[in-house]
Write a protein that binds this ligand. Structure first.
Ligand code: C2O
Length: 565
């Protein structure tokens, strides 16, 4: 409520800052924002070496999509690379319009070399930071960029208006070809090599690179001014801590939903998530490091490389050595849990949290890692991952087409609402697989039903935290806990007033998380772990949300240029 009052107070001085909203590099007044994405192979140099990577328009990270709430966005994607490609607009709801969602073989067949596809969608009822990325193979390692959705013309942020803003994209960098890295891991049956560096706006920073500061992103600030940082975790396989030396951050938005503001020294951000923070340049003018490093509370792999960028007060010479921030330790579970606990929807009259209260459909999905026999692999086994003990098999044609045209034999709708064999999910490690099956298995959801989904981590092979993403929706994170979900006790502790609303949520290591949403968007929507490693092992499924009874509650007809398989 306090933040809302601030919003009213600032209403009268709004025009002082409006110039700041005029930074959109496209005609701002036009309700249609058009972009061209040329997917191509470009040479970039990082960690002292040059490498050919797949980019959009030769840029890494790729171009930012700027729009205003209510705009129509048209992106013409042409594929000049040797890979099949598809682009996902992560967090854009795509109401009735899964054709523009992008995950390959889920809502479309990929755009083949030499071909184009036009993603045409409206940005309705959302404002804030989202992002786009390739949604096929591991190409999102280098094919990603920000989506900035400004509030409607003449509308202010419900927090103090910043003087300037900056996009901060956190990523991962491999010296080798990422597709090669993935193939190698797969053929050995082992996790592929971890990345060689983490990056901030595509650059690893001086701590991991012996190269000069041109491999460090720097942001110039002026004393006394306030900055809005739009932070995006575009890493493939790492949840990250992020902090700025000497400066507090005020969290004001996550996944394009306003939050109750709170101040923190460090933040946690999972792959797929976005976090907007306000930072005041209120420290002694100098140079300060921003830093990002993985959160990993089970020692699965050693991956502790710190990416750095610089907050550079205007006029300070580059010879001044920056200070490093104190990041939480990589295994600081307590920090992670406490941080997530602070996230609350703003839930103001203008931006209410419409949490479903009466549930029509209860789902309980277990998350499992496991090993399957593989005679040609190093240990005779290949790592696998499953939901309710089913490892998802990618189809050969798009599931949305199969659903829309009622093509039989592409997928089943037999995905179980609960695990078939309940067990002590987070007890002692179970080294033996509970027979993991494989299949293109989905579940059907009635239009407009209120769905509750409990995601339960298991210790089938090892516990681990998993950032889960649902396409086509935001959901409310009503509860979370460590250990086994207790249906008798835990629901009483749900936050049904102002739970965080987002599109990607971390399931704690050896714990559970409950999400709720109203199934008002018909289509086929991907649900998966946003650790690319686990997605490729099969930790995914999709929800088939049925059409509603009215003509404006059905999946739209497919566009003419939808790529063939
Ligand atoms: Cu950001 Cu299905 O992904």
């Amino acid at each position: 409520m306090a933040a809302y009052r601030y919003f009213l107070l600032l209403g009268c001085i709004s025009f002082v800052f409006i110039g700041f909203h005029g930074l959109l590099p496209v005609p701002d007044k036009s309700p249609i924002k058009k972009y061209h994405f040329d997917v191509q192979v470009s040479n970039v140099s990082r960690l002292c070496r040059a490498k050919a990577i797949v980019t959009v328009n030769g840029r890494f990270p790729g171009p930012t999509i700027y729009a205003r709430e209510g705009d129509r966005v048209i992106v013409n994607v042409t594929n000049h690379s040797q890979y099949n490609i598809s682009i996902h607009w992560h967090g854009v709801k795509q109401y009735r319009n899964g054709w523009a969602d992008g995950p390959a073989y889920i809502t479309q067949c990929p755009v083949q070399t030499g071909n184009s596809y036009i993603y045409d969608f409206k940005v309705t009822g959302q404002r804030g930071t989202l992002w786009w990325h390739a949604h096929i193979l591991w190409l999102r390692a280098t094919v990603y960029g920000a989506i900035v959705i400004m509030p409607k013309q003449g509308t202010l942020f419900p927090f103090p208006q910043p003087d300037r803003e900056e996009e901060i994209l956190l990523g991962e960098w491999w010296n080798a070809d990422v597709e090669e890295v993935e193939r190698q891991g797969d053929s050995l049956g082992l996790p592929p090599n971890v990345s060689d560096a983490h990056t901030i706006n595509g650059k690893p920073g001086t701590l991991v690179s012996t190269c000069s500061e041109k491999h460090t992103f720097a942001m110039e600030v002026e004393s006394g001014k306030t900055y809005l940082l739009r932070i995006i975790n575009a890493a493939l396989n790492d949840e990250l801590f992020f902090a700025i030396a000497g400066h507090n951050m005020t969290v004001v938005e996550i996944d394009a939903v306003y939050t109750k503001p709170f101040t923190t020294r460090a933040l946690l951000i999972g792959p797929g998530q976005t976090t907007n923070v306000l930072v005041q340049a209120n420290q002694a003018p100098s140079r300060y490091f921003m830093a990002a490093r993985p959160f990993m509370d089970v020692p699965i792999a050693i991956d502790n490389k710190t990416a750095t960028a610089i907050l550079h007060y205007k006029g300070i010479p580059e010879t001044v050595l920056p200070l490093l921030p104190q990041l939480p330790a990589p295994n600081d579970t307590a920090f992670a849990l406490a941080y997530n606990e602070k996230l609350r929807s703003l839930n103001s009259p203008e931006f209410p949290a419409k949490v479903p209260l009466k549930i029509d459909r209860s789902l309980f999905y277990t998350i499992g890692l496991g090993r399957n026999p593989c005679p040609t692999c190093v240990n005779g086994t290949r790592l696998t991952a499953s939901l309710n003990n089913i490892s998802f098999v990618m189809p050969k044609v798009g599931l949305l087409q199969a659903h829309y045209h009622k093509i039989k034999g592409v997928f089943g709708t037999d995905f179980p609402d609960q695990p078939s064999t309940p067990f002590n999910y987070t007890g002692v490690p179970l080294t033996a697989n509970l027979k993991t099956s494989r299949g293109t298995s989905l579940t059907k959801i009635a239009y407009n039903s209120n769905v509750e989904l409990v995601l339960q981590d298991t210790n089938l092979l090892i516990v681990e935290s998993h950032p889960f993403h649902l396409h086509g929706y935001n959901f409310f994170v009503v509860g979370t806990g460590v250990g086994n979900f207790d249906p008798a006790k835990d629901p009483a502790k749900y936050n049904l007033i102002d739970p965080p609303e987002r599109n990607t949520v971390g399931i704690p290591t050896g714990g559970w998380t409950t999400i709720r949403f109203r199934a008002d968007n018909p289509g086929v929507w991907f649900l998966h772990c946003h650790l690319e490693l686990h997605t490729s092992w099969g930790l995914k499924t999709a929800l088939v949300v049925e059409d509603g009874p009215e003509s404006d509650q059905t999946v739209l007809p497919p566009p003419k240029d939808l790529p063939p398989c």
